[in-house]
Design a protein around this ligand. Sequence first.
Ligand code: AMP
Ligand code: MG
Length: 341
Amino acid sequence: MMARIICFGIAGFALGLMGCHSPAKPPLKRFEFTQPQMGLPFRIVLYARAESIARTAADAAFARVAELNAVFSDYDSDSELSRLSQTSGKHQAVRVSRELWDVLRESQRLAEDSEGAFDITVGPLVNLWRKARREKQLPRGDLFQDARSRVGYRKITLHRKEQTVELIAPNMRLDLGAIAKGYAIDEALGVLRARGISRALVSGGGDMAAGSPPPGRKGWRIEVAPLDVSNAPPARFVLLAHHGLATSGDVFQRLELDGKRYSHIVDPRTGLGLTDHSLVTVIARDCTTADSLATAISVLGPEKGMALLARRRGTEVHIVRMPGSEVEITESPSFRRFEGR
Ligand code: AMP
Ligand code: MG
């Protein structure tokens, strides 16, 4: 989903002292790199003292995202995730990589906390709704029932000690579309940090993680995704540093039939695509948390969503909904702390 990056601050300044014996360091300069990753445009903006340093670091960060895509992709039938899905219903406990384990464990924790609103077993339903969007037709009843029978987060068993995973029902299909991008963005920022680049912003399709701000700035200036309706409220801006931000909503991917708009986000408890036209922006300490919470809160709605948020320290949310003809805004009390021009 989209949150526009408006401005990245002024170029850095030289810290070298005139008259010292050691030569002055070159000034920090702003660099920007874009690459398609995980089927989306990924973007890295960073400050470094030389283009060669910036480029090498960005290449390493993009390479890490590509590596993670080979773990998490549900499009690639050879990814670690797809291979795991293929073992479902076969009574196999499969040992998984550290990365997949981290994401599965975090997903299951959120599934419990959100009473099943967040559920990575939604793959069969997501596929049905994807097809429905392509064909502009609601899913057939028997296919819908079959997909529902293969969904449910309790059908995943995690064996913590052995770090193995068992998928209990046959023909399950795991889908990490609501969390893996956030994890990859965090990892990419980590790669930059490990290379000594702290002033950086990594974004993928609008979700992002920020490190230290641009020189002389308090944060990276980000526009909170606006709702695409004529009576939408004015744009909001936040200043982001050392946090992740993610937006979930149905503005770009939806099916319109008989006056109803079905989102690509599915309520696993009913099997239906969401219809309440909303945009949920979460700020959290990292993008994995922001990404997954934004999807969970989209399903839960403002009231239950805020209750879930209150149980996660350091998280804020801004929700814009248009369930009928009126635009409704709900915001956590400290969201304003991030606001800036
Ligand atoms: P996001 O854009 O981060 O909200 O993620 C949406 C994607 O997550 C969808 O395209 C599906 O692949 C997947 N998804 C849909 N509904 C759910 C859900 N209730 N829980 C977890 N993942 C979901
Ligand atoms: Mg998400």
